[in-house]
Design a protein around this ligand. Structure first.
Ligand code: SF4
Length: 468
């Protein structure tokens, strides 16, 4: 029995795993969009973490974690969001609840912490995150926020993100509800008619600036970015935009729907990863505004052509070396997974395993259609399953985040960090080139031939070399 065969899948997880291009013409939908199975160590984080991911890049807001200090460990230091101005968001403030607070309640401590921090840092707004213990002891966070807001004159917004409340996706929803309280409170009188909001881009390694630059060259005004390099005053005005682009669909679609319902702003799901999807996103905007601005499609073509011309020569060189290599993808949202499957194809690589933490039925149907026959597709996976399929498929690369990195390295597989911890821009055309460089460096590294699994693969070559 080999290593992959020795790893057993929990029987109740079988419905959340499928293989593309096999079985009946109309396979049963993948079991997804539900709570994680007890006993399966999910790669998902808690609801609080989901909220924090979404809101913390709002750079001039105060972010206060109401709970024990351990929850606050989830700081800027392990994320890559950048700010062009205020650095307040990089602080990880916590009420540091202790045993006595749990017994007598943490409301007084929360009120005092908020007053002190607002006086010291003069933020434009404050977000207060509820953690598990706050949900258990029943602190009235809403009332404290209201009281402090009245006393200080800034919006103090509770985030109902108790960790146990559901999945990371529950936290996304809580974050959208919280930030929505700001929207509609700013003056939109001076906004131009060709204007958009970017939803679900978090300015990891400056990616929002890359995307903003494309729109600037096209002549499209960006009102607000949610939440990468986010500013409270810009978010207050984002109901004045004429179109919302939703890049991280899992996290921001609910906000886009609220803006559509209450303010009549349509939205488009897009991705800024890979040449195809980046270009499709720009052309989507151009087509939307073409009736008001007939020159926009032409200007968009110019931007796309200029950018692609810059990166193609180097990209071709990587493609020659990477052709035929196999990759595993495990990411948070499905739209990123779609883009990565396409981006790997641009590099001549195939996807042998793909999964997400938050995909829904339609997302997995889309993956099933776009992946090559034999590709394993998984929802809400765990380290053992991921290791099993990586071994079975003998992949050369794993694309994931901080929790997938050790799985790859223990198996002796190249790794590309595509999560918020990365320090390299992977969005836009320049991001595609960075992605290709990183994939090439990791997959082609000579180090893998010294790991036990790869040593077997390389053994014949060493033998041939010795004979020669
Ligand atoms: S699960 Fe609860 S205790 Fe753990 S980090 Fe999330 S909010 Fe904090």
């Amino acid at each position: 029995m080999n290593a992959a065969q020795s790893i057993k899948i929990l029987p109740a997880r079988a419905a959340s795993i499928t293989v593309a291009g096999t079985g009946s013409a109309a396979p049963a939908p993948l079991a997804c969009d539900r709570n994680s199975l007890a006993g399966s160590v999910t790669q998902r984080a808690c609801a609080f973490c989901g909220s924090r991911v979404i809101l913390y890049p709002i750079a001039d807001a105060l972010h206060l974690v109401h709970g024990p200090i351990g929850c606050a460990a989830y700081t800027w230091d392990i994320r890559g969001a950048q700010s062009s101005g205020s650095q307040l968001f990089r602080n990880s403030f916590s009420t540091d609840l202790q045993e006595m607070d749990v017994i007598y309640g943490g409301e007084k401590k929360l009120g005092a912490a908020l007053r002190e921090l607002i006086a010291r840092h003069s933020p434009k707004a404050a977000f207060v995150y509820s953690t598990c213990i706050v949900g258990l002891i029943g602190d009235d966070v809403e009332a404290i926020c209201k009281e402090v807001s009245a006393a200080t004159g800034i919006p103090v917004i509770p985030v109902a993100s108790e960790g146990f409340k559901g999945t990371k996706k529950t936290g996304y929803r809580a974050a959208c509800d919280a930030v929505y309280r700001l929207i509609g409170t700013g003056d939109i009188g001076d906004l131009p008619p060709v204007s958009i909001n970017l939803l679900g881009d978090f300015n990891i390694a400056g990616e929002t600036w890359v995307i903003r630059d494309y729109f600037k060259r096209m002549g499209v005004h960006v009102v607000a970015t949610l939440t990468g390099d986010g500013r409270v005053d810009a978010i207050r005005r984002c109901h004045g935009a004429k179109l919302n682009l939703v890049q991280c669909s899992g996290s921001m679609t609910s906000l886009a729907k609220m803006l559509e319902k209450d303010h009549g702003i349509p939205f488009r799901r897009v991705s800024f990863f890979g040449i195809e999807d980046m270009s499709a996103a720009l052309y989507e905007v151009a087509a939307f505004f073409a009736p008001q601005d007939p020159g926009l499609p032409g200007r968009t073509q110019t931007v796309v052509r200029e950018e692609i011309e810059k990166l193609m020569p180097e990209l071709r060189r990587y493609r020659e070396k990477l052709a035929g290599k196999k990759a595993a993808i495990y990411v948070g949202g499905a739209f990123k997974a779609f883009s990565l499957v396409r981006a790997l194809r641009t590099l001549g690589m195939t996807t042998a395993l793909v999964g997400t933490q938050t995909g829904d039925k339609d997302d997995y149907e889309m993956l099933r259609q776009m992946c090559d026959p034999g590709t394993v597709i998984v929802d809400d996976s765990n380290p053992l399953e991921l290791a099993k399929f990586c071994l079975e498929k003998d992949v050369d690369l794993f694309i994931g985040g901080v929790k997938e990195r050790p799985i790859a390295y223990k198996l002796g597989i190249g790794f590309c960090d595509h999560n918020h911890e990365r320090k390299e821009a992977l969005a836009g055309y320049v991001g595609m080139l960075n992605f290709a460089r990183e994939v090439y460096a990791s997959v082609m590294s000579p180090v893998w031939q010294y790991t036990p699994r790869r040593a077997q693969r390389h053994a014949p070559r060493h033998h041939e070399e010795a004979a020669a």
